[in-house]
Design a binder for this molecule. Structure first.
Ligand code: NAD
Length: 486
């Protein structure tokens, strides 16, 4: 595709598609081909100011719209998302690289968030306590907080924005989304469908760009709260700067998720689950399995079975039938991943499967074949850092105590999984592991929309997580009314 035919995306503000005031743009690539598919504006502070002004004005009317009426718009939106499911999934595959089935799954996770938020009339109910004293009654009423800024990562262009804006707007707030500049296309389609669902102008807005837009939102006095999802250093920065500006901030960060395989586990299930968890979406999931601690006595068998299955994986363009492993997001991310593989070798880990050699990984686009290291230890960078690519580290452990101790030394604590047939081990795991989202005999324990996405330690900064009742609490504030009528 020649560059002249490639369109430059527009921002969406006050129900209008408008050019960013800044002239700066960045190329958006299809990572499976290396082709430029769009240009994204790198908007300026002025663009943010305009969007926040419009969102702030829209808030005045939107917060007065009865909750059932707001929910009805989301019902319509849910139907539109279902009607456009495959079209949305195709956009996800083209801009992100994950295979079409995974993209369809991601769209479903987004739809589930809309469905959960559509229950706003029940969710928004307060609580009453009559007769707190003679003739005195008290009750809690719930209200929106204002303009919300949402900042999202490249790896889930549908699901992560949907963790934020459906609940934020149905509770009466207005929203300014800053999508990842690496996967900005889907957000625009989500806005078009919101408009079709009947959302009033100015309630949902998009300002494309990078750190200037983020800083603009973090510093703007009329932004009440920031929902951020992205890498650890940026999450920490966003949390510090946002809270210093006295905003509510929830900042979901990076991860290094551990799976533990005990000798009594069903190894067939464990290897299938871990294959999906480690190499699905090219390892670019905040819930990806990146370390497996395997009980020594079954480690050889586990690795043999896993490698056998991994060797069957089809690498290629995620739109092609049967492809499991797509590309990583950019050429520099591929480069960084190859450097980690070299580092792992230098650090003395045993390279059991070298994804650099896969024939299909040599094609155009940013491909790295599934890579497995054995004998990984906690001093190694490949154990410590989030690589965010199809690279799996295996550590051999004596027993569950040993595995839990190893897992708990990580600074990250998003997810952890245990593979076993023993209830006592499950209980010990649940009680002793430091991680916020646990799985037993499953590989990716990502909670559904009605539960909190509950990372711990350096995987999360804030108090109220995304989703579930935490999401509702984050986007609302309460009045407590005490009345005397006698
Ligand atoms: P990223 O941190 O590079 O970008 C996230 C957002 O922050 C983007 O919108 C980007 O434009 C903005 N940004 C980047 N650098 C910035 C800077 N210096 N100042 C201000 N803003 C900046 O993350 P990514 O690479 O797009 O996404 C992958 C990361 O997100 C991984 O670390 C992954 O674990 C994490 N993630 C976490 C969760 C979770 O629930 N904890 C979910 C999805 C992704």
């Amino acid at each position: 595709m020649s560059q002249t035919k490639v369109k430059t995306l527009q921002n969406y503000v006050g129900g209008e598609w408008i050019d960013a005031k800044s002239d700066e743009t960045e190329a958006v690539y299809n990572p499976a081909t290396g082709e430029i598919i769009a240009h994204v504006p790198i908007s300026s502070q002025e663009d943010v100011d305009h969007a926040v002004k419009i969102a702030d004005e829209a808030f005045k009317d939107w917060k007065e719209v009865p909750v059932p009426k707001r929910a009805r718009i989301l019902f319509k939106y849910q139907q539109l998302l279902v009607d456009h499911w495959d079209e949305l999934a195709e956009i996800v595959t083209i801009e992100n690289g994950k295979n079409f089935k995974e993209a369809q799954g991601e769209v479903l996770r987004g739809i589930e968030n809309v469905e959960f938020a559509s229950g706003a009339p029940s969710l928004m109910m307060g609580e009453q306590l009559p007769s707190i004293s003679n003739g005195l009654d008290s009750g809690v009423y719930r209200y929106p907080i204002g303009v919300i800024g949402g900042i999202t990562p490249f790896n889930f262009p549908m699901m992560v924005p949907a963790w934020m804006f459906p609940m934020a707007i149905v509770t009466g707030n207005t929203f300014v989304l800053k999508p990842s500049e690496r996967t900005p296309l889907l957000a625009n389609r989500l806005a078009e469908l919101l408009e079709e669902a009947g959302l009033p102008k100015g309630v949902f807005n998009i300002v494309h760009g990078a750190h200037d837009v983020v800083n603009g939102l973090l510093d703007h006095k009329n932004v009440a709260a920031i929902s951020f999802v992205g890498s650890q250093p940026v999450a920490e920065y966003v949390y510090k700067r946002g809270t210093e500006n006295l905003k509510r901030v929830q900042a979901l960060a990076g991860a290094k998720n551990h799976s533990i395989v005990l000798k009594d586990a069903n190894l067939d299930n464990a290897t299938t689950q871990i294959l999906n968890a480690a190499f699905g979406s090219a390892g670019e999931r905040c819930m990806a399995a990146s370390v497996v601690a395997v009980e020594d006595s079954v480690a050889d068998e586990f690795i043999e079975l896993l490698t056998e299955k991994v060797n069957e994986v089809k690498i290629g363009n995620g739109l092609d039938e049967g492809v499991f492993l797509g590309p990583v997001i950019r050429d520099n991310h591929k480069e960084r991943t190859l450097q980690y593989i070299e580092t792992g070798e230098k650090e003395g880990a045993k390279l059991v499967r070298d994804g650099r050699n896969d024939e299909d990984a040599q094609r155009e686009g940013y491909f790295v074949g599934p890579t497995i290291f054995d004998n990984v230890t906690t001093e190694m960078k490949i154990w410590q850092d989030e690589i965010f690519a199809p690279v799996l580290s295996i550590a051999r452990v004596k027993d569950l105590d040993d595995a839990v101790e190893l897992t708990n030394t990580s600074r990250f604590a998003n997810g952890a999984c245990l593979f076993t047939n023993d209830g006592g081990s499950v209980r010990q795991f649940r009680e002793t592991i430091d991680a916020g989202m646990l799985g037993v005999n499953i590989g990716v324990p990502a909670p559904m929309a009605f539960f909190p996405f509950s990372g711990w330690k350096d995987s999360f900064y804030g108090d109220l997580h995304a989703n579930g009742k935490d999401g509702l609490e984050f986007y609302t504030r309460k009045k407590v009314l005490t009345t005397r009528w006698v």
